[in-house]
Write a new protein. Structure first.
Lengths: 162, 551
């Protein structure tokens, strides 16, 4: 849990998660929806959080962990301040997505990891469906189109990556 | 809203739109937004205020207009012209109705008579780029929900199923199962709780048709689902949409809320005593969930692993109840089939494949974007007349069907696009991704790329797929690194037939397709890698010969 979060905000997150579970009547069928909400609120799914959800939905913790690790969308580790998701769908792949990942791996962290200072997370995506814009990178939730090594470099410099 | 009120609303909205001096439609799909559509829209809004035309000129955001390579795109109702590469500086000319002011726009105008437009036929995409996806009245103005009204007012469920059967529509998710037959199977089940599910888990890399339909015209899909629910006797529906598609999710949520408020969905649809609710289920990034039994498991909150069929979902689906699962594009065809009749629809296309197909053109092509063509159009027409060909290079292959499809060499480009013809040349129709590769793409590496995809996305339930994709990927990787020998090719072929014959679901069964098709059409590339340690496309970095230890 992020230390900078105030106690009030933390309470609010618990309340919001509780509300999401009660909307689905604490049904185990709603596990994926609840995990989505939890990740949105907390940024990632910590073990204690998964345990709490298992308890509330009356599911074995193994099932909750199983589902959380099965789907790529759920992250069990905290994310960096900024996130670069490089699309490696076919169109982006043939347009040179791999070299973008190479650049990020050299300057930041390996795909799927975060820099030690928590500044940047590097991820890959299967296809973000923006094939007309290949190669595409999602930078903090926004799609960057026809990304080149230089334009990526410029963004990294802007946020002060060494 | 009653059926009469729906028609009144349509007339009223049409009259309002016609009374305007100009309606400026701005493409607000991902492609155009990434090249500045948002700031253009703000500039247009400001310009409308500045020229004092708030009551005469309307600025609307729409879904994808198709020509993603020419964005931002703007369609102006005053002169019926489409403008491309529009900049903020053009805003004042666009809002003006003075011919002199508009002269500067001529260079931006896109020729609507070009083959790009004339070779296309739009059914599924008819409203995409023409309506504001966030306004129900826009959809009503173009005849939206009239098909649902027609069905509820004057057709029995049996008649609806018959009409869909007559249309010859086949599943647009890729496999091509006859839609009418599927509906009949669900309709025939005992009257009990039944479900209608829309598969919007578009996972093939290189495919963005469903996303564009959901973003550009969400009500069309909801209307198609409601008609299906009436035909099969379901009261609850789900749209299972990819978690990556944030904008599509948001637009669907808005559309469902609007439709419920106006009684197009919910408990008293169009005051006709029919009820149907639709809920969204957001996927969490598992490609295998596009398989119907895995999708069902995922809606039930479980790991998305497929199960043995039969029983098929029409007999036992969600929570064991009869379930109709169709793809986004399939549902999007339904309102038009009901409106214009099954016979009309079956007059388009080939003997076995009716209607149109939406393709997402991407890769090395001049006009990437979204297109819709009648079935039976040749790949050559799609790639050259519509796609504008390959800039600067020679076309080497076209890839359809994503990781389940195949690579089609350029001498087979006269193949018509229909389910059977594509299967005959070792590819599949698939969901509609069409990726163009030129001489710089290495076909062995493309096969390796797709195999890596299948290996990562294999759910791990059945051994042929879990272990087989890993083995095949390993061999392909060694070939691209120049560390393979002749016998590896034999093992590769043996594994390919093993996976095809023994995997549990479509993912494993079709995973070898890219390998089989590249082996068949580009054997010389494999041989060059293995024997000469050379990549003809100059893409792979092969180990120098002295490192050779495996041979």
């Amino acid at each position: 849990m992020c230390a900078s979060q105030s106690v009030a905000a933390r309470d609010n997150r618990e309340k919001l998660l509780e509300r999401s579970m009660s909307r689905y009547q604490y049904s185990g069928d709603a596990l994926i929806e609840v995990l989505h909400t939890a990740q949105e609120l907390y940024g990632f799914l910590s073990r204690p959080l998964l345990k709490t959800i298992a308890h509330k939905l009356r599911l074995p913790p193994s099932r909750v962990l199983g589902v959380a690790t099965f789907y790529h969308f759920f992250s069990l580790k905290p994310k960096g301040e900024h996130t670069f998701v490089v699309c490696l769908g076919t169109a982006c792949y043939v347009a040179g997505g791999l070299s973008l990942i190479g650049k990020l791996e050299r300057r930041c962290a390996k795909a799927g990891q975060t820099t030690p200072d928590g500044k940047v997370s590097v991820e890959t995506a299967r296809c973000i469906g923006s094939c007309g814009l290949a190669p595409a990178v999602i930078y903090d939730g926004n799609v960057m189109a026809r990304v080149t090594s230089d334009s990526l470099e410029a963004e990294l410099n802007k946020i002060g990556v060494q | 809203m009653t059926i009469e009120e729906l028609s009144e609303k349509q007339a009223e909205e049409l009259a309002r739109q016609q009374s305007l001096e100009n309606r400026i439609l701005c493409c607000s799909a991902a492609g155009c937004i990434s090249c500045g559509a948002d700031s253009l829209r703000r500039a247009l809004d400001a310009e409308v205020q500045a020229q004092g035309k708030a009551d005469k000129v309307e600025i609307c955001g729409t879904g994808c207009m198709g020509m993603c390579g020419r964005g931002p795109l703007v369609l102006s109702s005053a002169d019926h012209r489409l403008y491309g590469n529009v900049t903020v500086a053009d805003a004042s000319a666009l809002v003006s109705n003075n011919a002199h002011d508009r002269e500067s726009l001529a260079a931006r105008s896109i020729d609507l008579k070009a083959p790009y437009f004339s070779r296309q036929l739009k059914i599924v995409l008819a409203n995409s780029g023409r309506v504001d996806p966030e306004k129900l009245t826009d959809y009503i103005a173009v005849g939206g929900y009239q098909s649902l009204a027609k069905v509820l007012e004057g057709m029995t469920p049996r008649q609806v199923v018959d009409e869909v059967k007559k249309s010859g529509l086949r599943g647009r998710g890729g496999a091509g199962y006859p839609t009418g037959l599927k509906w009949e199977l669900v309709a025939r089940q005992e009257p009990t709780t039944k479900y209608v599910v829309c598969n919007a888990d578009e996972g093939d890399p290189g495919a963005f048709m469903d996303r564009s339909v959901l973003e550009g015209d969400p009500h069309r899909v909801l209307e198609g689902m409601a008609i299906a629910a009436y035909a099969v006797g379901a009261q609850q529906g789900y749209v299972y949409v990819r978690g990556e598609y944030g904008l599509a999710i948001q637009r669907l949520q808005t559309a469902i809320k609007q439709a419920e408020r106006e009684h197009m969905l919910g408990s008293r649809i169009l005051e006709q005593g029919f009820q149907f609710r639709i809920d969204l289920r957001i996927g969490a990034g598992a490609f295998v969930c596009g398989e119907e039994t895995a999708l069902i498991a995922s809606i039930e909150g479980k790991r998305g692993q497929p199960r043995q069929r039969p029983p098929y979902p029409p007999a036992s689906g969600l929570w064991g109840a009869p379930t109709l699962i169709n793809n986004v594009e399939t549902f999007a065809n339904i309102p038009t089939i009901i409106e214009r009749g099954g016979e009309w629809f079956s007059s388009i296309g080939t003997a076995t494949s009716k209607g149109t197909k939406v393709f997402a053109l991407a890769g090395k092509i001049a006009n990437p974007g979204l297109i819709e063509v009648p079935m039976g159009t040749t790949l050559r027409a799609i790639l050259f007349d519509i796609g504008g060909g390959v800039p600067g290079q020679k076309l080497k292959a076209a890839q359809t069907g994503g990781p389940s499809g195949g690579c089609i060499p350029q001498d087979l480009l006269d193949t018509p696009v229909d389910y059977e013809s594509l299967a005959a040349i070792g590819s599949i129709m698939g969901s509609g991704g069409l990726i163009v590769m030129d001489e710089t793409s290495c076909m062995v590496d493309v096969a390796r790329f797709f195999m890596e995809f299948c290996m990562d996305e294999s759910c791990g339930k059945c051994i042929p797929c879990r272990a087989g994709t890993l083995q095949m990927h390993d061999i392909l990787e060694r070939i691209t690194q120049g560390r393979a020998a002749d016998e590896d090719l034999a093992i590769l072929k043996e594994l390919a037939s093993l996976l095809r014959e023994t995997s549990l679901c479509g993912l494993g069964q079709t995973a070898p397709n890219p390998v089989i098709s590249t082996l068949k059409y580009f054997p010389e590339e494999y041989e060059a890698h293995i024997h000469e340690r050379r990549c003809p496309a100059g893409h792979c970095q092969l180990a120098p010969v002295e490192h050779e230890v495996t041979a």
